[in-house]
Design a protein around this ligand. Structure first.
Ligand code: PA5
Length: 419
């Protein structure tokens, strides 16, 4: 974690951070995720492994139904750690529905799965969210028609342990269920069965993911700002926000992290954007976006700061070949790898943007793998809870999301009456 402004600016927040830390640890709010990686998860892991094995044995595709925190984390980890082209060697294809209300999307999804063996995992904490509920209505009928009584075994429900329409429906139908702990909200739930089952089915080592999160949970238990990187990141964002930078641009250098960006955006956007406060979380992928939005970052309105996310090692790489013709003039790069060049482009970007007056925070991780992604997920959740608390907003609710739902329902009901 680097910063270019004076450390004393950060240090000034020490007392406040300590107070928030103590309050968060003791609160009765949705903080189950804080100690989750430290808990013994062996029973849950065994269940997840057994179901994953079964799905791998029987199915070609797992259809995950969910929206917001009920799908973004799984999608993020899956995309980050599976090959760009084709399948993970031991994974089953995982596809997602119930995040939009596109008729074309669901129609084409049904066509796509028609000749494949299908399992469904429907995920909703409240059990009543419109997008996944509509998609499940369609997929449930589809599975019943296609698999008859066997459909009961092929539909897996991940929901609240006690309440909600989905919970009632699952109990009645006899579907297998995974529990989303009551004290963990949607966008903090990727390390519960919400994320773990789809991620495991995709072929990713969920134990390593959780081990990384556990290391983070231990390190970031530290109440002292001087020794807690997540809190330092939260404070830096807060200082920059107060200086008038209202947009944080998370920038990565690996395209497989694009969905991780979506998860990050939701985490910070829904946790902080309240009471007319909060940084607007935006993302870019370099070097692609240097040729699109790079001009604005370098020279445009000074409204943003940048958080560069860089993984030092990416296992798969490719060496630039020597070409005796050298017609493209690139022989000076031959023998170097693409990942090395990418890392240098990161350094160049940081320097150029800093020179252009853009504050740059750098988050560095040793390797893009399940362990370090688990660490990073936990790091961002811990930073987010602190950062929202510094803004004096509740990190765990999302009252603004209800507004659109209310209006949409009113319109849908009005239309029905007028038909
Ligand atoms: O972070 C949140 O709580 C939300 O984004 C929810 O995850 C999202 O609205 C989906 O809710 P549910 O899981 O209840 O369907």
């Amino acid at each position: 974690l680097n910063y270019s402004f004076d450390y004393s600016d950060i240090d000034r927040y020490r007392e406040r951070v300590l107070k928030i830390h103590n309050k968060l640890e003791k609160s009765n709010d949705l903080i189950g995720w804080i100690d989750l990686p430290l808990e013994n998860q062996s029973v849950l892991f065994e269940r997840v492994f057994n179901v994953t094995e079964e799905i791998r044995r029987v199915a070609d595709v797992l259809v995950v139904i969910g929206v917001g925190g009920s799908f973004l984390g799984a999608r993020a980890v899956q995309d980050a750690l599976t090959p760009y082209f084709g399948m993970h060697p031991i994974g089953v294809e995982v596809i997602y529905v119930g995040q939009n209300m596109s008729g074309a999307y669901i129609n084409q999804l049904l066509t796509y799965i028609a000749d494949k063996e299908v399992y469904v995992n429907v995920i909703s904490k409240s059990g009543g969210t419109m997008e996944p509920a509509l998609a499940f209505r369609v997929l449930r009928s589809y599975m019943e028609k296609r698999y008859k009584a066997e459909s009961i075994n092929r539909i897996i429900v991940t929901t609240d342990p006690e309440k909600g329409l989905l919970k009632n429906l699952a109990d009645k139908a006899g579907y297998r269920q995974f529990v989303i702990p009551s004290d963990i909200g949607g966008r903090y739930s990727v390390l519960t069965p919400v994320g773990l089952l789809p991620i495991a089915v995709a072929g990713i080592d969920i134990k390593a993911l959780m081990d990384g999160a556990k290391t983070a949970a231990i390190e970031l238990q530290e109440p002292d700002l001087a020794h807690n990187n997540a809190y330092q990141y939260a404070v830096m964002r807060h200082i920059l926000y107060n200086m008038g930078y209202k947009v944080e641009l998370l920038a990565s250098f690996e395209p497989s992290l694009n969905k991780f960006h979506e998860w990050w955006k939701q985490l910070f956007g829904e946790s902080e954007g309240k009471e007319k406060k909060g940084l607007y979380p935006s993302t870019v992928n370099f070097s692609t976006d240097l040729h699109a939005i790079g001009q604005f970052i370098q020279d445009g309105s000074p409204i943003l700061f940048e958080t560069l996310l860089h993984f030092h090692e990416i296992e798969v790489d490719y060496e630039v070949p020597f070409d005796s013709r050298n017609e493209d003039g690139l022989n000076y790069l031959s023998g170097r790898t693409f990942n090395e060049i990418n890392a240098i482009s990161k350094q160049g970007t940081a320097l150029a943007h800093a020179e252009g007056g853009v504050p740059v925070i750098q988050l560095e991780l040793p390797k893009l793998d399940a362990y370090h992604l688990g660490y990073l997920i936990y790091f961002f959740m811990k930073a987010c809870a602190m950062s929202a608390s510094l803004l004096e907003v509740n990190p765990f609710d999302q009252p603004g999301v209800e507004a659109y739902k209310k209006k949409m329902l009113e319109l849908l009901k009005e239309e029905k009456v007028s038909k």
